[in-house]
Design a protein around this ligand. Structure first.
Ligand code: PLP
Length: 409
């Protein structure tokens, strides 16, 4: 059976050019970038070149790039690192209700340490209102952390505008750009951000590598104790091969961004239009136009998200559910609940994310199969009226569930 991968927001295959660029650094050029001998110097040169490439891709200076183990670590370093470094100035942080768990759970952990966090709600399209952010800023606010685009529903936030407000008020501003870096133009000056998170494996790079942009002279406390790597901002021997691969992936993504974005938007719109017109009561989640070029997310009342994903998988399509359901966790997605969906609606969702290897033929197949799958599942699902009587509080935190903060990519 032909396998069609439509889960590019979760991860992507390593591109062959990336693998080729990385390979020598596992074997012949395996030096430690901190070593004084020539093999160390060569590794350090490879790191420098990679740093310059990543910096160039976002309009930053090379010394403003800190390499990390990925998006999760970058989010932790930005938020905790800025909170600890600025705690004498205040203890208030502003974020949003639809952040990735890497941000939300970091904020939650800071709340346990005495920081106060305000989570800005979103409208029905998943957009954050910059004025709502502005209203919450107090004399104690030290950091604003709002993601560039949401990983589940694809909504792109007005980051430049929020950044302008943060700058005018003298508050640090971080954005998680894991889902936009390499897909949309990301320029740290245009976006007015002080810190920005990136991850390699969402753009054809390897897993376990990422970076945090930290604007020059931004106070940041390192979270790891160890050597003076990354100018004392992130201790630990650098993953030279992974970083080289990351920078190659970023370079390719930047080169192909414009045509790829046009191509993917067309395929995405085809899926959206066909699903909305061929599936009764289908609903598009996320902003109708301000959304990632590769993201389509739907709710289908009466068809459970996990069942949709498993049925599609059996038919050769790898997609994901818009809710964070796993076999162990029935909590609906915190993102879909934040849009105003009932738990029932939030449970019946599907996320399709496209990428480099998606072809029009793949899309033809998906739009043929999805309506059939939904129809079949609806035919065997309990009456929708009956489902509305489910006591959803049975699936809340009392049972140790996390309201969907656990499983989303
Ligand atoms: N932030 C967002 C928006 C994401 O989509 C992801 C991916 O899962 C992450 C952070 C975490 O990145 P990583 O998998 O590199 O830790």
């Amino acid at each position: 059976m032909r396998r069609i991968y439509m889960d590019y927001a979760a991860t992507t295959p390593v591109r062959k050019e990336v693998l080729k660029a990385m390979l020598p650094y596992f074997t012949k050029e395996f030096g430690n970038a901190s070593s004084l001998h020539s093999m160390g110097v060569e590794a350090a040169e490879a790191l420098d070149a990679a740093r310059s490439r990543i910096a160039n891709a976002i309009g930053a200076k090379p010394e403003e790039i800190v390499f990390t183990s990925g998006g999760t670590e970058s989010d932790n370093l930005a938020i905790k690192g800025a909170a600890y470094a600025n705690k004498d100035k205040g203890n208030h942080i502003i974020s949003s209700v639809i952040e990735h768990p890497a941000v939300l759970n970091t904020c939650k952990s800071l709340e346990q340490e005495g920081f106060k966090v305000t989570y800005i709600p979103v409208d029905k399209n998943g957009s954050v209102d910059p004025r709502a952010v502005e209203k919450e800023i107090t004399g104690k606010t030290i950091l604003i952390a709002i993601m560039h685009a949401n990983n589940e529903i694809g909504t792109i936030q007005p980051i430049a505008e929020i950044g302008r407000i943060a700058k005018a008020k003298g508050v640090l501003f971080h954005t998680d750009a894991v889902q936009t870096f390499g897909k949309l133009p990301v320029d740290v000056s245009a976006l007015n951000v002080d810190m920005l998170t990136m991850s390699a494996h969402k753009i054809g790079g390897p897993k376990g590598v990422g970076a945090l942009y930290v604007r020059e002279s931004t106070p940041l406390k390192s979270l790891q104790t160890g050597g003076p790597h990354e100018k004392n901002r992130r201790a630990g021997t650098e993953n030279v091969a992974g970083i080289v691969g990351f920078s190659k992936a970023a370079e390719l993504a930047a080169r192909e961004m414009k045509p790829e974005s046009v191509r993917l938007s067309k395929l995405r719109d085809r899926i959206i239009n066909c699903v909305l017109s061929n599936v009764k009561d289908a609903q598009l989640n996320g902003h109708p136009s301000k959304r990632l070029p590769n993201n389509a997310n739907f709710s289908f009342l009466g068809a459970e998200g996990e069942a949709i994903v498993l049925k599609l998988d059996a038919l050769g399509i790898a997609a994901s559910t818009g809710s964070a359901c796993s076999s162990h966790d029935l909590a609906p997605s915190h993102v879909l609940l934040a849009l105003g969906h009932s738990p029932l609606e939030a449970h019946g969702s599907l996320r399709i994310t496209l990428g480099k290897e998606t072809t029009p033929k793949d899309v033809d197949y998906a739009i043929k199969v999805i309506p059939k799958v939904i129809k079949e599942l609806r035919a065997i699902s309990p009456d929708i009226k009956e489902m509305k009587n489910v006591n959803w509080s049975d699936y809340n935190d009392d049972h140790g569930h996390s309201h969907g903060h656990g499983e989303k990519h």
